[in-house]
Design a binder for this molecule. Structure first.
Ligand code: GAL
Length: 584
């Protein structure tokens, strides 16, 4: 009994953050601070959030912590009773966000304000304090530049300007409004605002900046119910925002791990240490809603939040280990990280797939520039000594070195510094199976014009090569340099005689019935046809057969393979036909 209690106690203290579970304060009471923000000040963290009694809004709680795990309740920093509607005599305060104004020396709190009867007022409430923990004094309520404003946040930029982000036009668009110098209202001389993410119905904004790039996390518009999270980014806060992927990548990503975003906090001490903060709302008793806090990685250039059952700040210990090199040096070793999942190209059970950080499986590749070609490398897997090979434009495998161009890979530059990794013989590029980037998903090749999930960044191990120059991947200069490379590549490609041509005109056609039968139509072909079947994930040859041309032949794969994905290659004197088939 005492032994198991001790064991449990030690696990708890090692991993004190348990997403989605009730979190108690230092006095053992449930933390009541929803739709939060967390602000670091003078060595301590301050957690502000909605204090609810059941559904009733009581005000804005403030909790303080020096270790990020144990939170002391400092009471209500601002009370709903300080902001009652004169007609209803009630009020509701949601999603409080606190920023510091360097000019006035005041802490300024922006809150979504309603009159306690519903969501029709759609205003913000502003309150200010001399000390971060409050008490905050009521300043005003208003609609930012007369726009209805529901889910909201404020973002203070590195130049001291601050912006209000609010869901507007009945939650259809996101309005970004520059605040006045004192942050107490929106700037009026002149009004400076823009609507972004038009028509997308984004809510629950959480805005942060990395280098020169602004990032936003959002939820969809389904009330208290969770939905797939969204990300967006822009190089100009008032410019066009680009939509990105769902920032959650594991089981339950369709509900953002049953949460809605509210804040992203950058932690000190590491480049790549961010915390995603979301609410798992209980719509019948908001007071008991729980908090989903998880590490957020920006390593791939995009926000990625993986699920952890429980964690502590040591998860960030190696957060800065793998970085993008300032340039690829022939002969050096690198890793590929997929941009939308932050997962490594890995080798697991003979399959080339995506995996979380894991030294045993993440593939370390020695890049060797191909002589006489640009942007083109052979990639030797360090442990096996084998080379990454393009298998008929459908999949990839590791093989002993050969002179074949199928072991040459063209790195096609993207503006964000990632690449499409394309086989020289086929022109086809690395992708994932389906649209999943979950742990263990197999990698394949797909047509170069397929825009989805083809972005891989090149990384090196800074622990092994601490002195190697790192790319400043969030800078405007980096993007500009990459645009130049893209232009150079276009010229280079135009000058090439043949890129990306799969042998065409073999006169054969491969189709599949899905239940194991593959039909090779070789009616127009003379001589023998040989059919070879490869397991797509590993490139392993699994069966082969020959038959005379001039007819259509059925090959029963059910005899030689288990359900899965295969590459079927039919070769005749006229050339080869290749098809990816799925056996169910
Ligand atoms: C959610 C929002 C919550 C609350 C709720 C009311 O979309 O994130 O803060 O306003 O709607 O239905």
């Amino acid at each position: 009994m005492s032994l198991s209690l001790m064991a449990f106690g030690s696990v708890q203290s090692a991993n004190p953050i348990v997403p989605g579970e009730t979190w108690n304060d230092t006095r053992g009471a449930r933390i009541n601070a929803h739709g939060c923000c967390v602000v670091k000040h003078d060595g301590a963290y301050y957690w502000f959030g909605e204090n609810r009694s059941g559904m009733t809004s009581m005000g804005v709680s403030c909790y303080r912590s020096t270790d990020f795990y144990s939170w002391e309740n400092l009471g209500l920093a601002f009370k709903t009773s300080q902001a009652l509607d004169p007609e209803t005599g009630k009020g509701t305060l949601e999603r409080p966000k606190v920023i510091y104004n360097d000019k006035t020396g005041k802490w300024v709190m922006y809150i979504h304000w309603e009159d306690g009867t519903g969501y029709g007022k759609a205003r913000v409430c502003v309150a200010t304090a001399d000390n971060i923990e409050g008490p905050y004094e009521f300043s005003s309520t208003f609609r930012p530049n007369d726009h209805d404003s529901r889910d909201q946040t404020v973002f203070k930029d590195t130049d001291g300007k601050a912006y209000h982000f609010g869901s507007t036009d009945m939650n259809t668009n996101m309005n970004v409004a520059l605040l006045s110098e004192d942050y107490l209202t929106t700037e009026q001389n002149p009004v400076t605002e823009t609507k972004i993410l038009l028509g997308l119905q984004y809510e629950a904004p959480a805005i942060f900046k990395v280098g020169d790039i602004y990032y936003g996390l959002f939820s969809g518009c389904t009330g208290w119910n969770p939905n797939p999270g969204h990300s967006a980014w822009s190089t100009e806060i008032m410019g066009t925002w680009n939509t990105g992927e769902n920032f959650t990548v594991d089981n339950e990503k369709s509900t953002t791990y049953r949460s809605q975003s509210t804040y992203v906090l950058k932690l000190d001490g590491h480049d790549n240490a961010y915390v995603y903060m979301g609410d798992r709302w209980n719509s019948s008793n908001v007071e008991t809603s729980t908090y989903v806090w998880l590490p957020l990685s920006m390593r791939s250039g995009y926000p990625v939040v993986k699920w952890l059952d429980r964690w502590d700040l040591s998860v960030f210990d190696d957060a800065d280990r793998f970085k993008r090199p300032a340039e690829i040096v022939s002969g050096e070793t690198y890793y590929f990280i997929e941009a939308n999942s932050d997962r490594f190209m890995s080798l697991s059970n003979n399959q080339i797939c995506l995996k979380n950080d894991n030294e045993a499986e993440n593939m370390q590749l020695r890049f060797v520039a191909v002589e006489g070609k640009q942007y083109t490398y052979k990639m030797q897997e360090v442990t096996s000594g084998k080379y990454l090979e393009d298998l008929f434009g459908k999949t990839l495998r590791l093989s002993a070195e050969s002179d074949s161009e199928s072991q040459q890979w063209y790195l096609k530059q993207n503006e964000d510094g990632t690449y499409r990794v394309c086989g020289v013989t086929s022109g086809n590029c690395l992708t994932v199976s389906g649209s999943s980037t979950s742990e263990g998903v197999a990698l394949y090749l797909t047509e170069p014009d397929d825009e989805k999930f083809q972005k891989f960044g090149v990384y090196f191990d800074t622990y092994a090569r601490p002195d190697e120059a790192v790319a400043d991947m969030f800078s405007a200069e980096y993007r500009a340099a990459n645009r130049q490379i893209m232009a150079d590549q276009e010229e280079y490609e135009a000058g090439l005689s043949s890129v990306g041509l799969v042998a065409a005109g073999s006169g054969m056609n491969i189709s599949s019935t899905g239940d194991g039968m593959v039909i090779v139509d070789a009616a127009g072909v003379d001589g023998m046809v040989s059919v070879n079947v490869f397991e797509a994930a590993s490139g392993r040859s699994v069966c082969s057969e020959t038959f005379p041309g001039g007819e259509s032949s059925q090959v029963d794969l059910g005899n030689c393979v288990a359900p899965g994905v295969y590459v079927v290659v039919a070769t005749a004197s006229t050339g080869s036909a290749v098809e990816k088939v799925i056996i169910r």
